[in-house]
Ligand binder design. Structure first.
Ligand SMILES: Cc1cc2nc3c(=O)[nH]c(=O)nc-3n(C[C@H](O)[C@H](O)[C@H](O)COP(=O)(O)OP(=O)(O)OC[C@H]3O[C@@H](n4cnc5c(N)ncnc54)[C@H](O)[C@@H]3O)c2cc1C
Length: 446
């Protein structure tokens, strides 16, 4: 007998999940409140491009889509740090050639995922349809057609909430239950800007890297695009001096960029127009439980674990959710309740750690990246990783270039840090003893 699934949200997680569920034999209806991402102008106001790393790649490979995605993306071999004095430094992402990330346009990726899911038997997408109510016990949903206002009830065996950080499915799944919901907003927002290709069509800066302008007052990152342009995300506080609130004239915007990202102004000919045309984005972290109701309703992606974008793992972990959910449904094909419980057990402790890591990386980018101690620690990590790749893996490498679960990666990194600190203490003690012995050996001393 065919089982029916309803997915709320045809974003990145929802469209990948649709393909996976169809492969498990579900007939799948996906309801998305926005328009079709394949249509021009879709997805406005959302982050433009994203860094794809090992976890996302594994989930895409398992769906047979990785090669298609990589063909539309730009490899990033490391990050170029732009210092306040205008100098730059390249930091490779890892010591091995395969340790690279890929920059991909959200719209292209979303369109590819929708196309791929639609080719599977039994998958239909309904764009311009907002899910506004669920009956979690039935389960069933009510969707509203944005064009006509008509509401339709749709029954299913499984409802998947892939409807993002402000998930309606999450709200109704947890309504009236003992549920935890911790949501935080960062007091910094972001604007997207562009470094276009030069007049000769060539990139204005090195294209095989993520560009980072760290800083305490503001920071900026730029992802490369296949057309030779880069999309910059400028992060700054909402309030205070300076802040997004005080950047209210062209002169203020230019002065701000000149002061905090001195080499970037010349790279952004449309800086002022874009700054005033583009909306300010907000950043939120969501930690929540439960993620599921019986074997009937389940959350994936930002709906259950939105994180700040400073580790570049939101989409990657959302894709990993889809893969793990698929594995759990495969492991318990006749017991959806057990499958969803197992999915939450395997994922939630790790995405909670990812939320912490993402906050920590914001602080690192803001306060530490240009300090000599940070560069020294990163260099020591890389050297130890090169000397003993099995025994020593930097935390960033484990998060971005492996699929070691996030909490396990953090625990291992903490052990490594303890060893590094003990070794440094032992080396210092050894040096002190050596100097003392040398002093004692000098003639005339006892
Ligand atoms: C500035 C920025 C940079 C980022 N960079 C990276 C990066 O480099 N790497 C990375 O891995 N991640 C990155 N992320 C995170 C990434 O964008 C998210 O984690 C990812 O989009 C989550 O996918 P999702 O499908 O769960 O949610 P979304 O992409 O938010 O999709 C949810 C979908 O549900 C729809 N929807 C919402 N409510 C309803 C409803 N009631 N009915 C029907 N549809 C509904 C929405 O319209 C949307 O299409 C970044 C995020 C930001 C903000």
């Amino acid at each position: 007998m065919t089982r029916h699934a309803v997915i709320a949200g045809a974003g990145l997680a929802g469209s990948l999940a649709a393909g996976y569920l169809a492969r498990r034999g579900y007939s799948v209806r996906v309801f998305e409140r926005r328009g079709d991402p394949r249509a021009a102008g879709a997805g406005e106001g959302r982050s433009i491009n994203l860094g794809l790393s090992a976890r996302g790649m594994r989930a895409l490979a398992a769906a047979g889509l990785l090669d298609d995605v990589l063909a539309r993306s730009v490899p990033m071999r490391g990050r170029v740090v732009h210092h306040p004095d205008g100098t730059t430094a390249f930091q490779p992402y890892g010591v091995a050639a395969h340790q690279i990330l890929y920059s991909v346009l959200r719209r292209d990726l979303n369109a590819l995922l929708v196309d791929a899911a639609e080719t599977r038997h039994g998958v239909t997408f309904h764009f311009g349809h907002r899910l506004d109510r669920i009956d979690r016990d039935a389960p069933a949903v009510r969707v509203v057609d944005a064009a006509t206002g008509a509401a339709t009830e749709v029954a299913a065996d499984l409802v998947v909430g892939a409807d993002g950080a402000f998930s309606a499915v999450r709200e109704q799944l947890q309504h009236g239950r003992r549920a935890d919901l911790h949501r935080e907003f960062l007091d910094w927002g972001y604007k997207e800007l562009t470094i276009p290709a030069g007049a000769d069509g060539r990139p204005r800066v090195r294209l095989d890297a993520l560009h980072v302008w760290p800083g305490q007052a503001a920071m900026m990152v730029a992802h490369p695009n296949v057309d030779g342009s880069l999309t910059c995300t400028l992060f700054a506080p909402f309030e205070g001096e300076p802040s997004l609130a005080t950047l209210d004239t062209p002169a203020a915007v230019r002065g701000f960029v000149r002061r905090y990202f001195p080499d970037a102004e010349a790279l952004m000919p449309r800086l002022v127009e874009e700054f005033f045309d583009h909306p300010v984005g907000q950043l939120t972290t969501v930690r929540t439980a439960p993620w599921r109701h019986a074997g009937k309703v389940v959350l994936v992606g930002d709906a259950c674990h939105a994180v700040y974008p400073f580790y570049g793992q939101g989409m990657n972990s959302a894709f990993e959710d889809c893969l793990v959910l698929d594995e759990c449904l495969g492991a318990y094909p006749y017991d959806a309740s057990r499958a969803l419980a197992e999915y939450e057990r395997r994922r939630r402790p790790h995405t909670d750690v990812l939320a912490d890591l993402s906050v920590r990386n914001f602080v690192e980018l803001r306060d530490r990246v240009h300090r000599p101690a940070y560069a020294a620690k990163a260099a020591a990590d890389r050297m130890l990783n090169r000397l003993a790749p099995r025994a020593w893996t930097p935390l960033y490498t484990m998060v971005a270039h492996t699929t070691v679960p996030y909490a396990d990666a953090l625990a291992r990194a903490r052990r490594q840090d303890r060893i590094l600190r003990c070794s440094a203490a032992l080396a210092a003690a050894g040096a002190a003893i050596g100097s003392y012995a040398a002093l004692r050996r000098r003639p005339g001393r006892r």
